[in-house]
Ligand binder design. Structure first.
Ligand SMILES: Cc1ncc(COP(=O)(O)O)c(C=O)c1O
Length: 365
């Protein structure tokens, strides 16, 4: 079975992790934490990066550090992983769901302004499946309406909008380093920002809001959202390989395109002309699938031929606890006809060929 994703672990990762373990600095202090934070900030072009235990708590911490909570609304796309909405709910705020751009599948800037109310505090664009959002347009809307911008960059390490790396556009940004991401620490996350005061506030809340002057003195509710030195060691090794890791994903896309480009009804990832796609996952849309069932039957046939795949995210507005009466026709049309195909560093060209042959055979079946 060809899996949908698989982390790339080389001797470098093994050496760094072994070194971290042997050093006995196995909790959340140690040289790899400091190095991972400063190297990741450099990679994004930001002044600061704060390592945390996963991408979901990165969003939660980013929100509460901005004092977003009960009574506030945060604008997010209707097509994203549920963590984006859950983190907003954990903060006590309300996620407001907006439709996506049919071309690049990210939040549609033209739909944002109509969702703004007096309670809106922030826009949280999600760089979906590796494609950056139109950050120029989003920043303009945020400025005009005096809103914060928190980028959810969990899926888009190294993607660029208008030549500038994601993570360096908003007031802050969040990343995930889950095992299927372009860069992994097993579990892990990061907040990036250029604001010194905000950086300090995130660090303080990450560590139970402990007073800097007086140990074990706490003036507000904080969290244990720390990353371990062992995870950071893995992250440092991956970050040293990031250019190679990213190039391979672009190459995978070109192999898939060559095989699937001219097939009736099929559409692979599309990249806006101002964007550099980091291709977290290869996306395949088939306009001939009119129902979820048709799509799911195809995925089952693919699986029985030895190829794993996964469906696009469901619209968040369909989740029983998020049930919202929103008008998002693009999200609702797109999710039914979309799947993600195997996308990982060690996938070889002949395997991509096999996957594409299976797709073509099963489409014709
Ligand atoms: C868009 C998005 N936001 C947030 C997250 C949450 O990250 P994590 O799984 O590290 O908590 C993910 C994870 O895949 C994601 O895809």
């Amino acid at each position: 079975m060809i899996p949908i994703s698989q982390p790339s672990i080389t001797q470098k990762e093994i050496d760094y992790v072994t070194d971290a373990v042997k050093s006995t600095w196995i909790s959340s202090l140690g040289k790899y934490i400091d190095k991972f934070e400063s190297d990741f900030a450099r990679f994004c072009g930001t002044k600061h990066a704060i390592a945390v235990s996963n991408g979901t708590v990165a969003i939660h911490l980013a929100l509460v550090a901005h004092r977003i909570g009960p009574g506030d609304e945060v604008i997010i796309p209707n097509l994203t992983f549920v963590a984006t909405a859950n983190a907003v709910l954990h903060a006590g705020a309300v996620p407001v769901l907006v439709d996506i751009d049919p071309f690049n599948l990210c939040i549609d800037p033209n739909k944002i302004e109509e969702a703004i109310t007096p309670r809106t505090k922030a826009i949280m664009p999600v760089h979906l499946y590796g494609h950056p959002c139109d950050m120029k347009a989003i920043i303009e809307i945020a400025k005009r309406n005096n809103l914060l911008v928190i980028e959810d960059a969990a899926e888009a390490h190294g993607a660029k909008a208008y030549g500038k790396t994601v993570g360096n556009w908003g007031d802050c940004a969040t990343f995930s380093f889950y095992g299927n991401k372009n860069l992994t620490t097993g579990e892990g996350g990061m907040i990036t920002t250029n604001d010194e005061e905000y950086n300090l506030r995130c660090r303080y809340l990450r560590d139970h809001a402990m007073s800097k002057e007086k140990r074990y003195w706490h003036t507000e509710v904080g969290y244990n959202y720390r990353m371990t030195n062992i995870q950071a060691a893995l992250g440092c090794a991956q970050l040293e390989r990031i250019q190679d890791l990213m190039q391979k994903r672009a190459q995978l896309f070109s192999w898939y395109s060559k095989a699937l480009n001219n097939i009736d009804g099929l559409q692979l990832n599309r990249t806006s002309d101002w964007a550099t796609n980091s291709y977290w996952l290869i996306c395949l849309q088939n306009s001939n699938w009119k129902t979820e069932q048709e799509r799911d039957e195809f995925m089952l046939r693919l699986k029985s031929s030895g190829v794993d795949s996964r469906p696009f995210f469901y619209p968040l507005s369909e989740m029983p606890y998020l049930k919202a009466d929103v008008d998002t026709p693009v999200t609702h049309a797109v999710y039914k006809r979309g799947i993600n195909l195997p996308t990982f560093y060690d996938l070889a060209e002949d395997q991509v060929k096999t996957i594409c042959d299976c797709i073509i055979e099963n489409l014709n079946a």
